[in-house]
Each structure stands twice: as structure tokens, then as C-alpha cells.
Design a protein around this ligand. Structure first.
Ligand code: ZN
Ligand code: ZN
Length: 372
């Protein structure tokens, strides 16, 4: 079963964005291709130098400016059924002027944070008196997942869990990280994702680099291996899950640190409930690591929100006093990184509910020792 976002759901999102713009006195919200555009109207346009831009104003129905050669693609997307007016611009015209004509009276304009600077500058040139800001209205909407979004994240979690279940069979001394990574990428697709977003296979000392991808390093007996993988499902929602494996028997020092990590991850998951702050979830994991002398080995935040982007609000980090609400979905992924030696991370995506965290990932947290 593939989760499908209905026209009704897109209408709800568009109406919520309009209402928030009105409440905040924003005259226009502008979205070029990216996750915000996908979230609002399901149009998966490629970000290019030719301007495609959805325009939401509190007064009228939404409109989308598209290059003439992409009109058919826009019509084939949910845009048509949503009653969004498609405004084509021809190859030699200025789309910025077309947009500016429609926004003549706009004073406050909020643009998608991922809009290219070239588009923003060209628009500012046309709308000289308007004040521009980076939009945070849609990030705020995206942070609170609806039922269908939670179902899509659960589905993504199940798909990546099925991949992790097959990883031990791929890890053998003598294979390179790249070879294992290629096998994992194929599994990410065969288990139901539409795209592979990232594959980290960090063996031995490479595990000490949290964002290592793959290399030609040959896996050796006794290596811990950090495997952090994710993709995007046909629904548009992302998976992201880390497990740490050991190929044969790892050093005792590693096993001891891993036991602490497992307790830290558990403590943060158990801490999640409506009313706690994002920074307190981070502290729940960090305190356990610090008490065992691993505080400085855990140098990144505990997690990030996830949905139609792998990284989005809310960030689970010291300083973020945002209060957790039911429907927030984010990763809990503490780790330890000891340069020259090894590293480890355990990562699950959880959804906050009234009764605590529900995990989208359910593979065991125990260190998986691959018997040789
Ligand atoms: Zn990850
Ligand atoms: Zn993550």
C-alpha cells in the first residue's frame, strides 16, 4: 500500500498557509521548486534557472508562474485539480515582471528559504518597495504532521527497516564500503523507495566521521560499521535510520561505549511527550553520554525533524525551546565518535503522540555482531 496525499489534504495545507499569511500581515508567499512547493501542491518541479513560482496571497486563489515548456508538466500535477491558476511565461519574456505585475500592492513578501539567490535578487529588482523575508510559515505547518503524513512516515520507516534487516548479510571482511553501499542502495529501491537519498557505510576508524559516506576502505574483522541510510518514498516522505554493526568481535572499549549509547538513545525516546522542549530531549540523551565520560565524543545535535525533507524543523538541539506537540516527527540519533578508533550511532524516527513517542523504526538497538 502506498500512502497517497489527497486533493483535500493539499487544500487544507494551502488554506492554512493563506490563513497564517493573513494573520502575520504577509501580502505574498512565494515558493520555487522544493519541498515547500511539494508540500503545498504536490508539484515536483525541477529547480532550474527558469522561474517556476507558486504565489499565495491572502486575498485570491493561488497562482503558479511556469515556463511555457513546463505547462504540461504542471497540468499533470495536482496543481490543476487544486484550482491553482497556471500562468505561463514565454522563453523571451521576464517571469519576474509577470510576477511583479500580480504583486503590485505587496508590501511584505515571504520567500521559500531554499529559493535561489538569483531569483530573489531579480524579484527584488522588480518590487523595489516591498520588504522580503525568508518564509517560516510553511516550515511551521510542516512541523505538525497530519494523520496521512504520519502514515507515510511509518511506511517509510518500515521500508528502511527491511533494508537494515538485510545489512548483516552484506558485511564481510574483504568487501569495500563502496561495494556494500552499492548493495544497500539497490535494496533501498527494491524495498519501496522511489529514490536513494544517502548511504553511509563507515567502517572502523571511518565511523568517527558522522557524515562519512562510503570509501574504498576494505572492511576488516573486528570492525564496528555505522550504517546510516535513507530514501524518499513514492509518497514524497523520507526515511532515515542508523544501526551500528560489528563484523566479528569488536574491542571491549567499543562494547562498553555502545551500551552507554543505547541507554542514551532510550532515555531521549522515553523523554518525548507533549509539553517538553526540544532542547530537553537533546539533554536527555546528552546527560547519559556525559555521565559516562562520552560527552565530548557526542558532538552533534540529537536529532532533526523529518517529512518531505530529511532535515526540517524541529531541530533537537540545545537552545531550541520549541515545545513538542502531538504530530511532531523527528530523529533521535545520539552517537559517539573517537578519531583514529571507531564510532557508533543509533537513529530512529519517532512521532510524538499524547502517550509519548511512537517509533517508525523497529529494528533491534542491540549491537548486531555479524558472525564470521
Ligand atoms: Zn541518518
Ligand atoms: Zn538523521
Amino acid at each position: 500500500m502506498t500512502t497517497h496525499i489527497t486533493t483535500k489534504e493539499y487544500r487544507r495545507r494551502l488554506a492554512a498557509a493563506e490563513a497564517a499569511a493573513k494573520a502575520q500581515g504577509v501580502d505574498a508567499l512565494l515558493f520555487t521548486p522544493g519541498a515547500d512547493l511539494m508540500y503545498l501542491c504536490g508539484y515536483e518541479a525541477v529547480p532550474l534557472e527558469r522561474l517556476t513560482c507558486l504565489m499565495i496571497t491572502p486575498e485570491g486563489p493561488a497562482a503558479i508562474i511556469v515556463p511555457e515548456l513546463e505547462v504540461l508538466a504542471a497540468e499533470a500535477s495536482p496543481v490543476a485539480a487544486l484550482g491553482i491558476q497556471i500562468v505561463p511565461w514565454s522563453e523571451t519574456a521576464s517571469p519576474y515582471r509577470t510576477l511583479a505585475k500580480r504583486l503590485k500592492k505587496a508590501n511584505k513578501v515571504a520567500v521559500a528559504p531554499q529559493m535561489w539567490a538569483s531569483h530573489v535578487f531579480a524579484l527584488q529588482e522588480q518590487l523595489r518597495v516591498a520588504r522580503f523575508r525568508s518564509d517560516d510559515i510553511v516550515a511551521d505547518l510542516r512541523m505538525r504532521k497530519s494523520k496521512v503524513e504520519i502514515a507515510a512516515l511509518v511506511e517509510a520507516g518500515e521500508a528502511i527497516d527491511r533494508v537494515h534487516a538485510q545489512v548483516p548479510a552484506l558485511l564481510r571482511p574483504g568487501r569495500t564500503e563502496r561495494e556494500v553501499g552499492a548493495d544497500i542502495a539497490a535494496l533501498i529501491l527494491s524495498e519501496g523507495h522511489a529514490t536513494v537519498d544517502f548511504v553511509i557505510v563507515a567502517s572502523g576508524p571511518n565511523g568517527a566521521s558522522p557524515h562519512h559516506e562510503v570509501s574504498e576502505r576494505v572492511i576488516e574483522e573486528g570492525d564496528p560499521v555505522v550504517v546510516d541510510i535513507g530514501g524518499t518514498m513514492p509518497s514524497g516522505y523520507c526515511s532515515d535510520c542508523t544501526r551500528t554493526y560489528a563484523v566479528g568481535h569488536p574491542p571491549a572499549e567499543f562494547r562498553e561505549a555502545y551500551a552507554v549509547l543505547k541507554a542514551a538513545q532510550r532515555a531521549a525516546v522515553d523523554h518525548v511527550r507533549p509539553g517538553v522542549t526540544c532542547e530537553s530531549v537533546d539533554a536527555a540523551a546528552r546527560d547519559v553520554m556525559a555521565a559516562a565520560g562520552l560527552g565530548s565524543a557526542f558532538m552533534h545535535r540529537t536529532g532533526h525533524g523529518i517529512g518531505m525533507s530529511t532535515h526540517e524543523e524541529p531541530y533537537i538541539v540545545a537552545g531550541n525551546t520549541t515545545v513538542v506537540e502531538p504530530g511532531f516527527a523527528f530523529s533521535i540519533e545520539p552517537g559517539f565518535y573517537l578519531p583514529g578508533k571507531f564510532g557508533a550511532r543509533i537513529e530512529d524516527i519517532v512521532v510524538a503522540t499524547d502517550s509519548g513517542a511512537v517509533s517508525c523504526n523497529n529494528q533491534s538497538h542491540d549491537l548486531v555482531v555479524v558472525d564470521l
